[in-house]
Write a protein that binds this ligand. Structure first.
Ligand SMILES: [Zn+2]
Length: 508
């Protein structure tokens, strides 16, 4: 909520901004009016709407919602706006100087604004890349934003505040990564280690069916483990935006200091591991990231073989941290991991595609998987097995947490992201031994995952032979898995039992 955010020290100022945005929601026409003013424009300036939104690896058609483009000079004279291609508009001004380019965005996203823009009578939501064009040559210039809202509307965003409904960002990548909730909603909050967290409940008729205090307390609990594991964060405040209404998408999307979740307006939300997943991304993918995922090229797909790490390992930690938060039990954790093993083994695509291929090709899939191979699922299990391998190699003195902390120190912004082959080297550094064979088998081959390595941390995995009787893999009539199990091995060695405790309780 803006009141809570405005109480913070002002960390940026208007003075450094050269690109000025003004945002006005127009509920009567279900649209947004956006105006971009450049202090000293070049004779020719090109404005572009992104072709995709970081976090969702699919091309989008945001340009289809843009209309009523206009440009004026400092005297208010109309300038010619020329369409260069489907996503680019060019403005020419003979004298340069101050130029304002404006446009409207139709806010009728069927996902209720999750990836795009939705404007309703009492509220509006925008995902930055869907609403804000960028000046092609000015992506790293300072930005400020003024929001003009109808009476009684509030603003929720994690962007740095600089005044009443005014914000700033150090460049377009940061600016676009702060979604904005406007309108009437309920706000709760908590602090962890001096960092303020806000939770915004956006419900139909502003009436949430859940116990907002109880749900906020669950979110507080799941927000602790990652912050402690990384021993700090790159965000100065954090915002959970909860859309309690589902359009054509249900789930979550991460941002650098915020996440948005769309779920039904039910009595119990219990977001837990979904929330933990999106929150963990504030480190893994927003800071620890493949080199081409920040700074961003918004014009075309940005392929990387490492989405298994960005998404799958994030999902692994979402399970671990939900357990560590005290919300869920050890049995729940093992049940979740077992379900992932089943899901992977029940698929067929894993036999012909590596998880690295799956990561690169997801732009042609649904953004989550290729065929029935999900880089979330195989990536989660690869993270699990790497964790066990590191514990084994270091005799219990290190875990995957040490890898994450190392990568965070090396790659957090403004440092560059990691190269395509860098993760393997970092894993070997942390393990102190060469785990390249394990890495290559899991990430760069279609061989079965080396589940037997989990015995090093006292876990016994049973996976049926998929070639023996494929029909068995569908599960029994009662829905219980057939032939799958993940259990603590009562016959494990004392060393393995010790490593199991180190895995479960981590080492901090
Ligand atoms: Zn994710």
């Amino acid at each position: 909520m803006s009141r809570l955010l405005l109480g913070l020290p002002l960390l940026a100022s208007f003075a450094s901004a050269t690109v000025h945005y003004k945002l006005t929601p127009l509920p009567s026409s279900k649209s947004l009016l956006v105006a971009i003013t450049l202090d000293s424009a070049n004779a020719s300036e090109t404005f572009k709407i992104p072709g995709w939104s970081p976090g969702y690896y699919q091309m989008a058609d945001y340009q289809k919602k843009v209309y009523d483009t206009k440009a004026t000079d400092s005297a208010g004279n109309l300038l010619t706006v020329r369409k260069l291609d489907s996503r680019s508009w060019n403005v020419e001004s003979a004298n340069g100087g101050k130029v304002t380019f404006s446009y409207k965005v139709q806010g009728d996203d069927p996902g209720l604004g999750f990836f795009a823009v939705k404007v309703q009578d009492d509220k509006a939501f925008l995902n930055g890349p869907a609403a804000f064009m960028y000046s092609a040559d000015r992506k790293t210039e300072g930005i400020d934003l003024k929001i003009q809202t109808p009476a009684g509307w509030e603003v929720a965003t994690a962007m740095d505040p600089v005044g009443d409904h005014s914000y700033s960002a150090s460049g377009y990548d940061e600016f676009a990564d702060h979604p904005i909730q406007l309108g009437k909603f309920q706000t709760k909050g908590f602090m962890i280690d001096g960092i303020p967290f806000s939770v915004v409940f956006v419900a139909p008729n502003n009436t949430a069916a859940c116990d907002m205090d109880a749900e906020t307390e669950r979110l507080r609990k799941v927000s602790v483990p990652a912050l402690h594991m990384f021993r700090g964060a790159s965000f100065r405040r954090y915002l959970y935006i909860l859309h309690l209404e589902v359009g054509n998408f249900s789930g979550g999307l991460e941002h650098r200091a915020c996440n948005v979740q769309a779920v039904a307006n039910s009595a119990q939300l219990h977001l837990d591991d979904l929330a933990a997943h999106e929150y963990f991304h504030a480190w893994n993918v927003k800071q620890i990231r493949p080199a081409n995922l920040g700074p961003f090229d918004y014009t075309q797909p940005q392929r990387t073989g490492n989405l298994w790490f960005a998404e799958g390992v994030t999902d692994y930690y979402s399970k671990l941290h939900t357990y560590q938060s005290g919300i869920q039990s050890e049995a729940w954790l093992k049940g979740q991991l077992l379900a992932q093993i089943q899901e992977l083994q029940n698929g067929q695509t894993r036999k012909v595609k590596t998880v690295e291929d799956c990561s690169r090709e997801c732009w042609e899939g649904d953004g989550f998987s290729v065929g029935d191979l999900s880089y979330y699922t195989k990536g989660l299990l690869a993270g699990f097995i790497l964790d066990a391998a590191i514990l084994d190699a270091t005799n219990g003195s290190k875990t995957l947490d040490d890898l994450m902390r190392l990568l965070y120190l090396q790659h957090k912004l403004p440092n560059p992201g990691y190269g395509e082959d860098e993760l393997r080297n970092a894993i070997n550094d942390v393990a102190g031994v060469d785990l390249s064979d394990v890495y290559n088998r899991m990430i760069r081959s279609t061989q079965e995952l080396p589940y037997a390595l989990l015995s090093k941390i006292g876990l016994k995995v049973s996976v049926p032979d998929s070639t023996a009787n494929p029909l068995r893999l569908a599960g029994s009539r009662s829905g219980a898995p057939l032939g799958y199990s993940l259990e603590v091995d009562p016959n494990a060695t004392p060393r393995a039992k010790k490593l199991y405790q180190a895995w479960l309780h981590r080492l901090d």
